[in-house]
Write a protein that binds this ligand. Sequence first.
Ligand code: S3P
Length: 414
Amino acid sequence: MIRGSIEVVPDKSISHRALIIPSLATGESFIRNLSPSEDVKRTWNILEAIGVKIEETPEGTRILPGKFREAVFPLYSGNSGTTVRLMLGVVAGLGLFSVFCGDESLSKRPMRRVTLPLSLMGAQVLGRNNADNLPIAIQGGDLNGIEYKMPVASAQVKSAILLAGLNADDETTVIEPAPSRDHTERFLKYMGADIKIHGPRISIKRSELNPINFIIPGDFSAASYFITLALLHPDAEIEIRNVNLNPTRTGFLKIIEKMRCTVEIEVSSKNPEPVGNIRARTCKGFHGTEIKGELIPLAIDELPLVALLGTFAEGETILRDARELRFKESDRIKAMVSELSKAGVKIEELPDGFIVRKTTKFKPVKLSSHNDHRIAMTLSIFARLVDEKIEVEGTEWVKISFPDFFEKLEELQG
Ligand code: S3P
């Protein structure tokens, strides 16, 4: 039996921005409910290394934009793509010579998608594989605005360009091939930036930012593990309170609907980010479907969970247009296909996704998290849903986004 009402970890994407963007403001900001994830700590440390003062106070995390300075050592981003990509845009705009490095996984991930537009704006960039891989050294300053058509829908790339554009001459415009999460635009607008959004075109001019006082809502991506558990479990009813419900993040709810199940949503506040409660209970009617197109970037971090929904849904579930999953903390297509296959799930790899068929017989096995927090959490939910003994190795990686994931899971199963 799964029952309970919980809050999940504060949103990681919003927490990065809640540290970075107020660091560029004209005065001190206060942020409450910052994510305790390891990724967000990397952003905090890098901001401090370039002169921002950040401290915990009884009123929340205080961010005091200081006098920026160049760090005399490499800026270590650990496992965090959001940290390095957004901070490349920030230091380019501020003209601070910087060298970025990261862990083994981050050092394999593509960075050219950010270093190319920043060099078109006038930054000089050097890095492995033609500035596609860390370590990367960047010298910006005196940037010019550009109009840039992004080849992939990526909130990290969009954010890096907009943050650089905040300190560039003329106007900077990014054009998205499909909508991606818009937390950066919301923050910039809320803090008074000269930003205009016309459909896929987002333009920004050099602006001063007002300080803010902001409470970070729960992370929808973190909530989606428990939503999946509740929907697929034979006897479950849970509530998740104070979750971010930004429509550019909740594509997973549309996927669930396409598969003929639903959750109840109650929105409590809207500005600058919609927040509310989610109630999910057992759903016996999951049907296979095809997930592709514009839904992909709106559910990008939840797509490994689609493999679980497909395992228990009638018929066949097909995921397409999701090649981007290969460039996350692990190759998430390969990781899900190889691990679920070991457990007996009927799943096949596609170049840009997978096909999974309803499976009723599983094998007891040891599965690997591929050192990826989202694979670790997805497989741990899978393990709770099947009767066979499934062990998951490398679950300590949950610390990257959701350090108390297992405590919350116990709370619901208690
Ligand atoms: C993020 C954007 C997404 C997402 C990542 C966080 C962000 O990456 O997968 O976990 O905070 O901007 P892309 O922008 O590369 O798609």
